[in-house]
Design a protein around this ligand. Structure first.
Ligand SMILES: [Zn+2]
Ligand SMILES: [Zn+2]
Length: 191
């Protein structure tokens, strides 16, 4: 059996976790299970990079379900350092992800009439962190809070209101009355 010419694209930007799927794509019925001690420094999601802490091993199970087609299941867990949406303080957010995908070999993807973009599969090389980042995008919390009752920043002086009472007047006038305020100010000037 000839394996053909394989092109490896190595991204040097960060420590990568990559897995060549060529053999499993072409070995019918084959199953592999892998466990990687991973230590990614950061994950980038929707244009923002988050530092990673306490990464647990990544487990992957990949099963050939037909020639050039595999079924992947996997899991991983880690903590991201994100910013509190209210006070901007660094906040640790734990994630525990499990994911599954059907993956097609480059050969099958090239044959498809409308080839699907697959950001984490380059030729037959699986970018495991790329896959995790895609999964993360679907799992990001709507709101990150350092604590449930975070009081946020003072809109007047910018102080962190969890740490001190700045005593600023943060009264926000009813916008429907703002016009009235202008009229009163004008009247005062004229007096
Ligand atoms: Zn906060
Ligand atoms: Zn203030």
């Amino acid at each position: 059996m000839t394996k053909g010419f394989r092109v490896y694209i190595i991204h040097k930007v960060r420590k990568n976790l990559e897995l060549d799927l060529f053999d499993i794509f072409t070995s019918e019925g084959k199953v592999i299970t892998e466990k990687y001690d991973s230590d990614p420094e950061e994950f980038s999601v929707a244009g923002t990079s988050y530092a990673v802490k306490d990464a647990k091993p990544v487990t992957l199970r990949i099963e050939n379900i037909a020639l050039n087609k595999v079924y992947l299941t996997g899991s991983c867990a880690f903590t991201l350092i994100m910013q509190c949406d209210r006070c901007l303080k660094d906040t640790e957010v734990p994630f525990s992800l499990s994911f599954e995908r059907e993956l097609l070999s480059k050969e099958l993807r090239d044959e498809a009439e409308e080839p699907e973009e697959c950001g984490y599969l380059e030729e037959n090389l699986l970018d495991v962190y790329g896959l995790i980042e895609e999964e993360l995008l679907l799992s990001l919390p709507e709101k990150v809070l350092c604590r449930k009752d975070c009081k946020g920043l003072c809109p007047v002086c910018g102080a962190n209101r969890n740490e001190k009472e700045c005593g600023c007047d943060t009264f926000v006038p009813d916008p429907r009355l703002a016009g009235l305020g202008d009229i009163l100010k004008q009247l005062n000037k004229e007096v």
